[in-house]
Design a protein around this ligand. Structure first.
Ligand SMILES: Cc1cc2nc3c(=O)[nH]c(=O)nc-3n(C[C@H](O)[C@H](O)[C@H](O)COP(=O)(O)OP(=O)(O)OC[C@H]3O[C@@H](n4cnc5c(N)ncnc54)[C@H](O)[C@@H]3O)c2cc1C
Length: 395
């Protein structure tokens, strides 16, 4: 086995962050990505202070913080425009020790890849786990160029992870959440607006500014799996959200029908027994895919990557069994709780019976009047996370 060679399967946010973190620990890293290029979906991603602090460990936190665009207030509304709960960017930053940053996914991929040596990422390279290895023998992977050995494999191959299935064949795997999503990036509307998330009956819409002046908008609705609009997805959005409050109609007017992303949401409601086997560690959606209702899937993938590198320690001291058990012990309870919270929040946002929707609006309004911070309270224990303090020593 080539010493200190870590192989990452999948060049999503989790895989690229793990590659940077392991490179900084003194390993040679290869990232194998089956797609022909690294073009991420053309959408935004929110990174909370927990992910920013994880990125600080690998020297990239400030590059993300510099992209913070939200200023002033924002909050939750009804489709008619009534505010249910308000907060502001300053309160969020004060509560969690940093801004909530919304950036374009392509920007995040660029930030991560710029921290890797040239040639680290190989695209068009689907990998298959042949043997997870153990403390005494290397892991082995099949690649288009033949079999390779690795002292550590990071399986960051997403919600449909074949590596997860190979390691835990008895696990039921991902389940459809009952919800589909749409995402668009458009020029800013002419009239000003406050960033918002608006909950209707069985559907929601959010509008957030990007630093470059554009707008990222997302929507979610209950729908059967695999559904597609009979005409186009812009027409579908107009049918579902066209009469909602400003700025939703203006944003929809600016949407190019060909640029609307629609994805069904699958998640892993049943936790895995562990996030590792042998020399293989699962990271990100491969380990704990969650509903997007807390905007934490990518944040948790970033936390995973940095915590994994922390426990893997410096390359010469690496003992896979011990290091990866510590990684599982660190990450599995936290991410299981967040997967469950995301599912509960998703169910609350997707209530569709009219009396339940009315009761929800009354309760949210009442709770938010009782004390400030209703919108932010849901992120307590999540956005205030801090990375392990001694990046090169196992806890
Ligand atoms: C609508 C929506 C909004 C969201 N908003 C947010 C948000 O605001 N904030 C947030 O933190 N998260 C958000 N998320 C979640 C976030 O997008 C995911 O959690 C995150 O992208 C997962 O990253 P990953 O690296 O684990 O997996 P992926 O991004 O799925 O990457 C997996 C990669 O592995 C590759 N791959 C698969 N199999 C192989 C193989 N055999 N060989 C080689 N390569 C392989 C794939 O091609 C892919 O590139 C959102 C999700 C949705 C659906």
């Amino acid at each position: 086995m080539e010493q200190h060679h870590a192989v990452v399967v999948g060049a999503g946010i989790g895989g690229l962050t793990a590659a940077v973190a392991l490179h900084r620990s003194g390993r040679r890293v290869t990232v194998l990505e089956r797609a022909a290029d690294l073009a991420p979906v053309g959408a935004g991603i929110a990174l909370a202070p927990n992910a920013q602090r994880a990125l600080d460990v690998i020297g990239l936190g400030d590059r993300v913080r510099d992209l913070a665009a939200w200023q002033g207030d924002g909050g939750m509304r009804t489709p008619g425009g009534r505010w249910l709960a308000r907060t502001d960017a300053g309160a969020a930053a004060a509560r969690f020790g940093g801004p909530l940053v919304l950036l374009h996914r392509a920007t995040l991929v660029e930030i991560l890849t710029s921290a890797l040596p040239e040639g680290t990422v190989r695209t068009g390279a689907a990998a298959t786990l042949v043997d997870p290895g153990d403390d005494h023998r290397p892991a082995r992977l099949g690649t288009p160029d033949g079999e390779i050995e690795a002292e550590l494999v990071v399986a960051a191959d997403g919600v449909r992870s074949a590596t997860r299935h190979a390691l835990f064949p008895g696990h039921p795997g991902p389940r459809y959440s009952g919800c589909t999503t749409w995402r668009v990036v458009v020029p800013a509307p002419e009239r000003p607006f406050a960033p918002h998330e608006t909950w209707g009956a069985g559907r929601l819409w959010g509008t957030q500014p990007l630093k470059d002046g554009r707008i990222y908008a997302y929507a979610m609705a209950t729908a059967p799996a695999g559904g597609r609009a009979p005409d186009d997805e812009k027409a579908e959005l107009l049918r579902r959200f066209g009469d909602w409050h400003h700025p939703v109609p203006e944003i929809l007017a600016a949407v190019d029908p060909g640029q609307v992303l629609r994805h069904d949401v699958h998640h892993l409601p049943d936790p895995l027994p562990a996030f590792h086997r042998g020399r293989v560690a699962l990271v990100g959606d491969a380990a704990h895919a969650m509903m997007p209702s807390l905007g934490q899937g990518g944040n948790q993938a970033i936390e995973d990557a940095v915590v994994l590198a922390h426990h893997a320690g410096s390359a010469p001291d690496f003992v896979p069994g011990r290091a990866l058990a510590a990684y599982t012990a660190d990450r599995l309870p936290r991410t299981t709780a967040i997967v469950r919270k995301a599912a509960r929040t998703g169910a609350l946002t997707m209530l569709s019976a009219r009396p339940a929707v009315a009761l929800r609006a009354t309760l949210v309004g009442a709770v938010s009047r009782l004390g400030p911070g209703f919108v932010l309270r849901g992120f307590d224990g999540i956005a205030d996370w801090r990375p392990p303090v001694a990046p090169n020593r196992s806890a």
